[in-house]
Design a protein around this ligand. Structure first.
Ligand SMILES: [Cu+2]
Length: 702
């Protein structure tokens, strides 16, 4: 019994100590957190008169509204672009809708002066409602915005916004369900995820292993950093440095401002980045010298000749909801800005190297090669190639690199599926002269819930192969299957299972709440994007397993910025008998490094991400940018988890500490006083012992 009080006291002391420790740690973390939120680097916004040319390689990108002469039907398109007009005509020439091609070598620094001259045009192009633009300025709640009398009236309704997205006077309708909304003003609005700010922009170098650059400034570690949002009239100086071991290959750039990226890419704001290195040299050593770009694009064009009879152009980018889910009313897919371009003068036995970029905004594509029947002079129009079975009739081709990372050995294919963001370097060799086609077929059933039939099937491009006879100088030195290349990633860098330190799920899903805008809703793990919320976290050097889940019967391509991954497994509830191209979507190879992967409809992909060089705040998202703009994006913080600590998130713990201390002291005092009053002899102290002893002695003396 004597030791009980002692034990009790030490237990409560221990409790106190633990609580004090937790509180102290929390306070320390809070202090470190507050210092971490102060970004050491200033913003990269610059005065437009100031230079931004300190790199080994320097480019200037000017976003502006231009008239572009399209390489089909003598159409003129007016829209947002990085392309520059020919001073003589004032128009961007045929087939040059993309911005300047950038070329950089591993180890070089790449500086890009980005100048936003959008809104410079006399005519207004599709723009979100001025109300919506104001709403979207910050992630503040609709209440706080509505209460700000200085910004806009209190009684703005969703109809104000919606009216701009639909034809004037037309009742609001949903493109997915073709159903009118009865009371649009009763809709809930997720303003941060409404398409907006179509003349605001920024830049993403897709796939490049460079500093994080979605939030200001480039490379920021500030968890509260805002999006880089370059407004009309503003300039930004992007400063990047490629690591010495950067894989050489095909990359690209495009705007990535949440809310305006889809509309800007539908208009053609994009360009190629070629990291120069061993691949091209090694191809040349095999006498493979005919390299051509193959950029697939699904512009959401609409004919405006009736809407704007006096305009000097006849195509514009369609407004957001019309563009989303419905293909261009002009033509579904363009390659290099053209309808079914001809890749001509390919010699029998020569090798055609196609550098394929799928820059589509909301579609995936197949790449299948057929020999056109001799009687099909058109090379495409007269034959329904999409009814052909590529396993029987498709010609073999070889893929030598994916997403900018070269393979050691070419991989033979009969069909591949590519989706927005992905790149493939393809070698083609023809043994007979004639016409060949690249066929797009059979993907529609996996897209848009089987709603629209198969309008996507088309011939993407034609290839004319001629027998050059004695003039054939570009014959390869060896068979393609025997070629070897320096791989973009060494085999030793392949991620091993024992390196994986955690597994997380990333669920892409859509909501169909008819009373909420945007409609439909797009989610990552059940949440629409919030740039102020940190969703995923990793350490530099950490290897993480993600189970990507696509809850929908349509495709979502997953893209993570800065870091590449290897696919370990894929699956779908859909049957490859019903959807033959699904088999090609799921035809992965765990050795291949990617930055974008198609998560199969009603399916999953298990990937291993290697977080490498760069730290800071960045994003992962669906690369159907219309989905990204409306919510299907999440933040990733690479770095110390202490930066993520916000004491406000831990108020319950701090309160618990306080209450615990008070209750603990009270219980200890109570316990002590009870023991003391019950049996003072058990008060375990020198004084108590002496008192007891004195009492015993006095009793004896009595
Ligand atoms: Cu998506």
């Amino acid at each position: 019994m004597r030791i009980m009080p002692s034990k009790f006291v030490s237990a409560s002391q221990c409790l106190f100590l633990m609580q004090a420790l937790v509180c102290a740690t929390a306070a320390e973390k809070a202090t470190r957190s507050s210092s971490a939120t102060t970004d050491p680097k200033p913003t990269d916004f610059i005065d437009c008169n100031d230079p931004c040319n300190g790199g080994d390689v320097n480019y200037e990108l000017i976003a502006s509204i231009q008239t572009i002469r399209m390489a089909f039907g003598n159409h003129t398109y007016r829209g947002r672009t990085f392309a520059r007009p020919d001073p003589a005509t004032g128009e961007v020439p045929y087939g040059q809708h993309m911005g300047p091609e950038m070329s950089v070598k591993p180890g070089q620094s790449l500086w890009i002066k980005f100048r936003n001259e959008l809104q410079g045009g006399e005519e207004s192009l599709p723009e979100a409602s001025p109300f919506a633009s104001k709403f979207g300025v910050s992630a503040a709640s609709i209440e706080s915005i509505q209460n700000d009398e200085g910004i806009l009236p209190r009684n703005v309704t969703i109809e104000d916004y919606w009216a701009r997205l639909q034809n004037p006077g037309e009742k609001i309708k949903y493109q997915y369900y073709r159903k009118a909304v009865d009371s649009p003003d009763l809709m809930q609005v997720d303003w941060p995820n409404i398409p907006k700010h179509f003349d605001h922009t920024n830049l993403h170098l897709h796939g490049l292993d460079v500093e994080v650059h979605m939030f200001d400034p480039v490379g920021t570690h500030n968890p509260d950093a805002p999006h880089i949002d370059i407004a009309p009239g503003e300039c930004y100086c992007y400063r990047f440095k490629l690591p010495e071991d950067h894989p050489d290959g095909l990359y690209w750039y495009h705007p990535h401002l949440h809310g305006s990226s889809a509309v800007q890419l539908w208009g053609g704001m994009m360009g190629l980045v070629k990291v120069e290195g061993k691949l091209m040299e090694e191809l040349a050593s095999y006498n493979v010298v005919d390299s051509r770009d193959f950029v697939i694009w699904d512009p959401a064009f609409q004919d405006v000749t009736k809407l704007k009879p006096n305009a000097d152009h006849d195509i514009e980018v369609d407004e957001f909801l019309n563009g989303q889910t419905t293909l261009s009313k002009i033509h579904p897919f363009l390659v290099n800005g053209e309808i079914t371009p001809i890749f001509d003068n390919v010699g029998v036995g020569e090798i055609l190297h196609l550098r394929v970029l799928c820059s589509t905004i909301e579609n995936e594509n197949t790449f299948i090669v057929y020999k056109a029947p001799d009687e099909d002079e058109s090379g495409g129009k007269d034959t329904d190639y999409w009814t052909w079975d590529w396993k029987e009739s498709g010609l073999p081709f070889w893929v030598i690199a994916s997403d900018g990372v070269t393979y050691r050995k070419p991989r033979e294919k009969q069909a591949i599926v590519v989706a927005g963001g992905q790149r493939e370097e393809i070698l083609l060799k023809f043994d007979e002269p004639g016409n060949y086609v690249i066929s797009q077929q059979g993907i529609q059933g996996m897209q848009f819930f089987d709603m629209y039939g198969h309008p996507h099937d088309q011939v993407l491009a034609k290839i004319t192969v001629v027998d050059k006879g004695e003039d054939a100088t570009n014959l390869p030195t060896i068979d393609i299957s025997a070629m070897e290349f320096t791989p973009g990633y060494a085999t030793s860098e392949t991620i091993q299972s024992h390196q994986i330190t955690k597994t997380e799920s990333i669920v892409f899903s859509m909501g169909a709440n008819m009373d909420m805008a945007p409609f439909p809703q797009y989610y990552v793990n059940g949440k629409a994007f919030d740039s102020d919320r940190l969703d995923f976290h990793a350490y530099p050097g950490q290897a993480v397993e993600y189970i990507l889940i696509n809850a929908n019967h349509n495709v979502h391509p997953f893209h993570i910025h800065v870091n590449r991954f290897q696919v370990q497994e894929m699956g779908s509830e859909l049957s490859v008998e019903d959807y033959p191209t699904l088999a090609e979507v799921m035809n992965f190879d765990p050795e291949i490094w990617r930055d974008t992967v198609v998560v199969p409809p009603n399916g999953r992909a298990r990937i291993w991400v290697q977080y490498k060089n760069y730290t800071g705040k960045t994003v992962l998202h669906c690369h159907f940018l219309a989905h990204e703009d409306t919510g299907m994006m999440a933040t990733v913080f690479i770095g110390s988890p202490l930066v993520l600590f916000k004491w406000r998130d831990h108020i319950p713990l701090l309160l618990g500490c306080g209450v615990g201390i008070v209750v603990g002291i009270a219980v200890a005092i109570l316990a002590c006083s009870i023991y003391r009053s019950k049996d003072p002899e058990h008060y375990y102290s020198v004084v108590g012992m002496n008192e007891a002893k004195a009492r015993a002695i006095s009793k004896t003396m009595d």
